[in-house]
Every structure is written in structure tokens, then in C-alpha cells.
Design a protein around this ligand. Sequence first.
Ligand SMILES: Cc1cc2nc3c(=O)[nH]c(=O)nc-3n(C[C@H](O)[C@H](O)[C@H](O)COP(=O)(O)OP(=O)(O)OC[C@H]3O[C@@H](n4cnc5c(N)ncnc54)[C@H](O)[C@@H]3O)c2cc1C
Length: 387
Amino acid sequence: MIKTEPDQYQEIRDAVRALCAQYPDEYHRRIDEQRAYPEAFVDALTKAGWMAALIPQEYGGSGLGLSEASVIMEEINRSGGNSGACHGQMYNMGTLLRHGSTAQKEHYLPRIASGEWRLQSMGVTEPTTGTDTTKIKTTAVKKGDRYVVNGQKVWISRVQHSDWMILLARTTPLADVKKKSEGMSIFMVDLRQAEKSGMTVRPIPNMVNHETNELFFENLEIPEENLIGQEGRGFKYILDGLNAERTLIAAECIGDGYWFLDRVTKYVNERIVFGRPIGQNQGVQFPIADAYIEVEAANLMRYKACELFDAGLPCGAQANMAKYLAAKASWEAANACIQFHGGFGFANEYDVERKFRETRLYQVAPISTNLIYSYVAEHILGMPRSF
Ligand SMILES: Cc1cc2nc3c(=O)[nH]c(=O)nc-3n(C[C@H](O)[C@H](O)[C@H](O)COP(=O)(O)OP(=O)(O)OC[C@H]3O[C@@H](n4cnc5c(N)ncnc54)[C@H](O)[C@@H]3O)c2cc1C
């Protein structure tokens, strides 16, 4: 492993590393080839309490901050695994924690902390509206003590490996609200129950082993007590959770970045071509050094975002910039890694092509690079709103 400075999270790092070491490259490679879910790995993380890191102690979790949670995600990716299989629970749970009632928290959080239930899914994106979230067409109409949901979602991840999903739906038509961000609400959806009564799940085969789906709702009934917070404020609640999501994904990209750098530095030191290690050539050294500098710099922004988030301070700019910088840095490290492995970078048994595919996703999801530029241009630099 390339050297990184010990930090105040070393104890967590060592413990997560020890667990991850029990799931070596072969495990993750086999799961990827089979397009399977890493059940045993996620179960082990849950039993060890890592999936409940952000749940307060009074609800059975360990009450850690986003900084610690981000270290857990980073170490999973640095070990060769993919936090995408389980990161949803970290940020989805925050929505419940911040906006759920005491009764809801008492009902869900201890069961999530113990591993009885998984809250891995969040249903926001729709096929016809994409990033323009306020135009979503899925509706939830109040009828007696229930909401009746109709519509469609796309790219909704981990539905088949989660018990609950947080769903965003319109409860007041767009034409009847003052601001387009009003009139949407979020609900807890019991996924297994929903599959029997109005929700159809259609898996989307895709480039990475990321279990993701189209969802179709036809008169799905949700009990009114599953509404989180106030009706009509769901979009704001979702936005509140996005800074945590962005920052955790930045940490995953940092983990990927170090993984690529670990692998490529080892390989270029060992691979002999023209009678010397390929790493002796500056044409090989410089792109790797460049990627290292980018990963280190992105890591500073990731910790800045964590620090502000944990202090309860505004961190939208830092969370978005951390996600942007880390996704870019991990992608550059991925490119250097595959390039200097030559043909072997394409062989499954080196795991480089798998991690290359996995880290590419973060230029697009959960938010695309252009949308981050747009956020910075408008909200930080004060340029005119473009959409
Ligand atoms: C594997 C995977 C898992 C996912 N999991 C989930 C999930 O669990 N839950 C969920 O709700 N969603 C999920 N998503 C959806 C993801 O958040 C979206 O794909 C992403 O936000 C981009 O939205 P879109 O695909 O609709 O792209 P679009 O909004 O159609 O945009 C397409 C491209 O155009 C660019 N673009 C659009 N508008 C502008 C503009 N005004 N200016 C400049 N550029 C613009 C975008 O940057 C993007 O590159 C997942 C996606 C993938 C691929």
C-alpha cells in the first residue's frame, strides 16, 4: 500500500480493513461476474455495527459522525470492494433521523441498527424528468388514512436487497404550488409489501454490478403514518440529505483512487520491459504522480465537507466540490492504472477493469458533473440561474 499519514481515524480504519481483508479480490470478482449481491460482506459489515455508524446510540447505533462514516466507506473501496452495494443506508437513514417523528425513529432505527431491516433504497429519479426533479410525475393522493401512489421511477438501486425505500412523490400538483420545490412529500415504503400490492420491479442490466431498477406504481397504498415530516416539504428533506450523500461518495472515490494508485505503483515497479521497470520511465511516472496529487487534494476537500457537516454548518459547496474533485481524481487514477497495466488491465483477474467501471459511475450519479458546475456557478459565484 502507498503510504498515507496516520490520522485520528486509524482505529476505525484498522477494524474495517481487518473485516474487508476477509473478503479478498476473488470474492468481489466472483460477485461481479455473477452479477450477484455481496450478501455475506454486507451482513458482516452490519453485524460489526458499521452500517449503523450514523444511528444515535439511544436507537442502537454507534452515534458516530459523517467523518467516521466516510472513513468506513473509503476503506471498503480501498480494500477492492464497492460501497455502492450498501452506502444507501448511511444517507437514507439521515433523512429519517432529521425529519422523522419520535414514533417513526423508535419504530425503524433500532431495527435498522440491529440489521433486522435494511433501508438501502431511495426513489427519486424518473424516466421523463431526469435531473429536473421538481417536475416528477409520480403522485401520492390522500384517500382516507392512506396515500395512493401512481407513476414510475428509474435507476432505483438496491430495491431487491432492501426492506424499505424512501420515496419522493408529488402530493400537490405543480400547477397548484407557489414554488416548484413545494408540494412533494417523502414516504417510507415497505418494499416486500409493495411488491404484492401495486409496485412492479424491473431490473436494469448495466455496466457495473449495481442492482438498480425501474419501478412502476399502480395504485400502491401507503399508510399515512409512513409520511416523513410534513406533507409538501419532501423535496427540502431530500436536499438536506444530499450533502451527506455527496461527501460519502467523495470518500468512496478517494478509496478507489488509493486502490488504483496502490495497484499501479506496485505493477510499474515490478513489470520489466526493455530491460528495466516500466516505472523508471517518466512518461509512466508523471500521470501516476499527477493522479496521486489530485487524490490527495480532493481528500482535503472531503475532510472539509465532513468537518462542516459534523459541526452542523452549511456545507453544500464543500460537499459538491468534494464529490466533483474526488470523482475526477479517482477517474484519473483509474485511467493511469489501466493504461500502465497494458493488456493485463483488461483481464478480469487483475480487478482493474472492474474497479475502472465502478468508479466511472460517479461522474454521472448521484449527480452529474455538469450539475455541480451549475451549482457552483449559480450559488457560489452568483451567476444567473440557467434552469
Ligand atoms: C447505476 C445507477 C444507480 C442509480 N441509483 C439511483 C437511486 O438509487 N435513486 C435515484 O433516485 N436515482 C438513482 N440514479 C439516477 C441518477 O441519480 C441519475 O442518473 C443522475 O442524477 C442523472 O440523471 P439522468 O440520468 O436523468 O440524466 P439527465 O438529467 O437526463 O442528464 C443527462 C446529461 O445531461 C446533462 N444535463 C442535463 N441538464 C443539463 C443542464 N441544464 N446543463 C448542463 N448539462 C445538463 C447532465 O449533466 C447529464 O450528463 C442512479 C443512476 C445510475 C446510473
